[in-house]
Design a protein around this ligand. Structure first.
Ligand SMILES: [Zn+2]
Length: 167
């Protein structure tokens, strides 16, 4: 994955967050983070819970740590497909901009870079916020799904033509 941080870097980031929020370090959190690093990105909460079950970590704990990792800006959530259970999680990358185009029908996706958008986001002023990183998800219909539609169109066309020849 482009610009991915190492587990050690993320571990350090988590330690810093925990220290600055007066929380106690815990082995379980580190184990969940490690599992998140080992999974193919992006992953769902269920996939992470499944991976953590191997280490006997409960689903409830996984969800709690998941939220903490988002607050610590280690993970970010992306809504990839509209509708049911479609939130996926991904490690925040070294690069400050993630831009993807997603086909909500089949889930195919592709990364892209647009320097003018990156500039726009960072030059803009946000009241009470300083922009750090962002994710842009563009939803579109992929080539495969577009092709799948075509045979039906042709069938309708042929049907209409047959009607024409009968008259
Ligand atoms: Zn598609």
């Amino acid at each position: 994955m482009k610009g991915a941080k190492t587990y050690e870097q993320l571990q350090e980031q988590l330690d810093e967050y925990i220290l600055s929020h007066n929380m106690r370090p815990s082995k379980v959190r580190n184990m969940v983070l490690k599992a998140a690093c080992q999974l193919q990105q992006p992953f769902t909460a269920d996939e992470l819970a499944e991976k953590c079950a191997e280490e006997r970590i409960s689903v409830g704990t996984v969800y709690n740590v998941l939220n903490l990792l988002i607050l610590a800006q280690i993970l970010h959530a992306i809504q990839r497909q509209r509708g049911k259970a479609a939130t996926t999680y991904e490690l925040v990358r070294e690069s400050d901009a993630n831009m993807i185009v997603v086909c909500p029908k089949c889930g195919r996706e592709s990364e892209f870079t647009e320097p003018s958008i990156i500039r726009l986001v960072h030059e803009r002023r946000y009241s009470n916020f300083v922009a750090k990183y962002f994710t842009l998800v563009v939803y579109g219909e992929c080539r495969v799904c577009r092709r799948k539609k075509r045979p039906n169109d042709r069938a309708i066309y042929l049907e209409n033509n047959e009607d024409d020849s009968n008259t």
